[in-house]
Design a protein around this ligand. Structure first.
Ligand code: NI
Length: 179
């Protein structure tokens, strides 16, 4: 089932999401619907608040190839920078909730990621790097009400200011509460 993606200006995107206490079949189904929604929108990551559910659930699939997709479902994910040498890495990001905006964001290059999979097993991943690290950081930010556009340069904010304003306005007129 394709779900509706909330966009910039929707208040749910600014809320801190609640921990998942029990991984029920309904929540696993929600995760699969999130994957389907993400694939249709050509995304690589999606967090539950983006589809109107303020819970700590994220899906990621960086494979992009239709025949060999490797989806990851993460309940209660936590991500933090690894200790030691860990310079920030800068790369371009976008977000399904902030359409048509791409901008550079600096994030830790090496992270420690923990989560529960759909079977409730605890997964502990050390020294995660590259796109998976970036995506995990971006999606866990969503669970804390943080959007990537909060972290872009002042210059990039200025360039995209009118697009952001339009999104907020669109959400106001559709009856959703604004920022
Ligand atoms: Ni996003």
């Amino acid at each position: 089932m394709i779900l509706k993606i909330s966009t910039y200006g929707s208040s749910i995107l600014r809320k801190k999401a609640e921990p998942v206490k029990e991984i029920t079949p309904a929540l696993v189904e929600l995760a699969h619907n999130m994957l389907e929604t993400m694939y249709k929108a050509n995304g690589v990551g999606l967090a539950a608040p983006q589809v109107g559910k303020s819970i700590r659930l994220v899906v990621i699939d960086l494979s992009k190839e239709e025949d060999e997709r490797t989806p990851v479902i993460l309940f209660n994910p936590e991500v933090k920078p690894e200790d030691g040498e860990n310079p920030l890495v800068t790369d371009e990001e976008g977000c399904l909730s902030v359409p048509d905006i791409w901008a550079k964001v600096s994030r830790p290059g090496r992270v420690h990621l923990t989560y529960e999979n759909e079977k409730g097993e605890k997964i502990d991943m050390r020294d995660v790097t590259g796109k998976f690290a970036r995506c995990a950081l971006h999606e866990v930010d969503h669970l804390n009400g943080v959007l990537f556009v909060d972290k872009i340069s002042i210059a990039d904010r200025a360039v995209n200011a009118s697009k952001l304003k339009r999104m907020v306005k669109g959400n106001q007129s559709s009856g959703n509460s604004a920022l």
